[in-house]
Design a binder for this molecule. Structure first.
Ligand code: CDP
Length: 214
């Protein structure tokens, strides 16, 4: 069973994906971490994030141990991730790892931008999780403020809009909803509401698969 969850920054994909994986006992991969690690390693080594060949080399040499760094979760790493993620060289270097992960038994949940469209077009369930830029910026601001970081809503909103534009506007695997994905607009839902809605969709699919099994 493969569950693909895509959507823009701050839509709540990660929280949802982790909960679903725990609920069903599936493996979970936050694919954003791969791009974050590439950007982080490049910055650490003083390399040019906008150079496709160098970024591709770093992506090919990426090791799962690079994904454990705490710093990868921060805003700066997210910004760097979206810069290196535009390079086709980086994206293709990360495909095999993601596809192999998706095939792990008994199932896998992957969240990102192009899971349902490019990495796992054959996924059993595809969710496209989104919310208005204002709601996403409000959530991000509250989350950061709760961690004691004094951030400005206006600035976070501007960053979210900029990231949306870069992710949806790039030529290589841009952020878009797969034709067969289910749209989950979380603007008016809390975490529990989103989780319940996703469970209903996935349980229906699992029942269908079980009914068609030989
Ligand atoms: O949750 P948030 O959007 O802040 O971060 P993320 O999911 O870790 O993604 C960071 C950046 O990596 C995104 O803005 C995308 O540019 C890129 N990314 C991608 O291109 N493809 C993916 N499958 C996952 C992330």
């Amino acid at each position: 069973m493969i569950i693909a969850i895509d959507g823009p920054a701050g839509a709540g994909k990660g929280t949802l994906a982790a909960r679903l994986a725990a609920h069903y006992g599936y493996h979970y991969l936050d694919t954003g971490l791969l791009y974050r690690a590439v950007g982080h390693l490049m910055a650490e080594r003083g390399l040019d994030l906008d150079d496709p060949a160098t970024a591709g080399n770093v992506a090919r040499a990426l090791d799962p141990s690079h994904l454990a760094e705490g710093e990868l979760r921060g805003r700066e790493a997210g910004e760097r991730a979206s810069r290196v993620a535009v390079h086709p060289e980086v994206r293709s270097a990360l495909v095999d790892f993601q596809r192999a992960f998706a095939l792990r038994k008994p199932g896998a949940v992957l969240d990102g931008r192009d899971i349902g469209t490019a990495i796992c077009p054959e996924a059993d369930v595809k969710l496209y999780v989104t919310a208005s830029p204002e709601v996403r910026a409000r959530r991000r601001t509250d989350e950061l403020n709760a961690k004691g970081r004094d951030v400005d809503y206006g600035r976070i909103l501007a960053e979210i809009r900029e990231r949306d534009e870069r992710d949806a506007g790039r030529a290589s695997a841009p952020l878009r909803m797969a034709a067969d994905a289910v749209l989950l607009d979380t603007s008016a839902l809390d975490i529990e509401g989103v989780f319940r809605a996703a469970l209903a969709i996935i349980d229906a699919k699992r029942a269908e698969i079980a009914a068609n099994a030989p």
